[in-house]
Design a protein around this ligand. Structure first.
Ligand SMILES: Nc1ncnc2c1ncn2[C@@H]1O[C@H](COP(=O)(O)OP(=O)(O)OP(=O)(O)O)[C@@H](O)[C@H]1O
Ligand SMILES: [Mg+2]
Length: 254
């Protein structure tokens, strides 16, 4: 079955990473037979809400037991973790979700980060695509939590601060030896005003328009995936999905 194509959604806070990750996941479900894995790598988990799924346990909440409670006799730690990861997984139609969550009490984030790496490593073989919704900034890239994604989408608003964050994300990725060729810019909440494309920090893969349907869903607490397929944001994401599938196909060949 081989390795899945891994797509990480990164960028400045509040630029629309979770919005994009959920709409992308919904758009990519029909494209294949094997399911998609959606990974909520934001300790303040909210991807499930955008996807209209309920999350019980997160990896962060596994902290205690994995080390204090005993692993069943005759079972290796690896086998035990694999079992527990599958229990944390939320299964839906064509899509499974795993959330990192936050460690309980004074627990260290590095523990949850490590569990996330291990969970992705263990689970990913069952999927054709993995979509990772990151927290704002560069944490997961700089810590290597999400491994080496095949495609890093850097979401920005049309403003300069988002673009500057994109420049920093690229610098960090390059300094970690990640291939800058995997990084692409997505301008979200586009209002059609020209943003000097010549000066963009990364190659532009998509512009997602400002869409009142996204705001309405958010205000009414409805899942984003409930907005109509012909809403402007969904159409733009559908085009983006086609490009992503092409990039993933090329990766496989290359
Ligand atoms: N294309 C769009 N049109 C209209 N509103 C949008 C669009 N994209 C995102 N928003 C709104 O912007 C806000 C932030 O979106 P979102 O939560 O997806 O950002 P984020 O980057 O995941 O934030 P965080 O850094 O906190 O995780 C939300 O209120 C969302 O409804
Ligand atoms: Mg988010």
């Amino acid at each position: 079955m081989g390795e899945p194509c891994r797509i990480a959604v990164t960028g400045k806070g509040g630029t629309g990473k979770t919005t994009l990750a959920s709409l992308l996941a919904a758009s990519l479900i029909p494209a294949g037979t094997r399911p998609i894995l959606a990974v909520d790598a934001d300790p303040n988990a909210n991807l499930h809400e955008a996807l209209g799924l309920a999350v019980g346990e997160t990896l962060g909440s596994m902290r205690e037991e994995t080390f204090t409670r005993s692993i069943p006799p005759g079972m290796t730690r690896t086998a035990f973790l694999a079992l527990r990861f599958r229990q944390v997984l939320v299964e839906s139609h064509g899509l499974d979700l795993i959330a990192m969550g936050r460690p309980e009490g004074t627990g260290c984030y590095c523990f949850a980060n490590n569990l996330l790496s291990e969970a992705m490593e263990t689970l990913q073989r069952d999927y054709r695509l993995v979509i990772i919704d990151s927290e704002a900034g560069m944490e997961h890239i700089s810590r290597g939590t999400i491994g080496r994604p095949d495609l890093i989408l850097v979401v920005t608003d049309p403003g300069m601060r988002g673009m500057r964050t994109a420049v920093r994300i690229r610098e960090i990725a390059v300094s970690l030896g990640l291939d800058p060729g995997t990084m692409h810019l997505v301008i979200n909440r586009d209002r059609g005003t020209p943003s000097g494309e010549g000066a963009l920090p990364l190659p532009l893969l998509a512009r997602i328009p400002e869409d009142p349907a996204v705001q309405d869903a958010d205000l009414e607490g409805r899942p984003l995936v409930s907005i109509p397929p012909d809403a402007p944001s969904r159409r733009a994401v559908a085009d983006l999905s086609t490009k992503i599938l092409e990039i993933c196909r090329d990766k496989r060949k290359g």
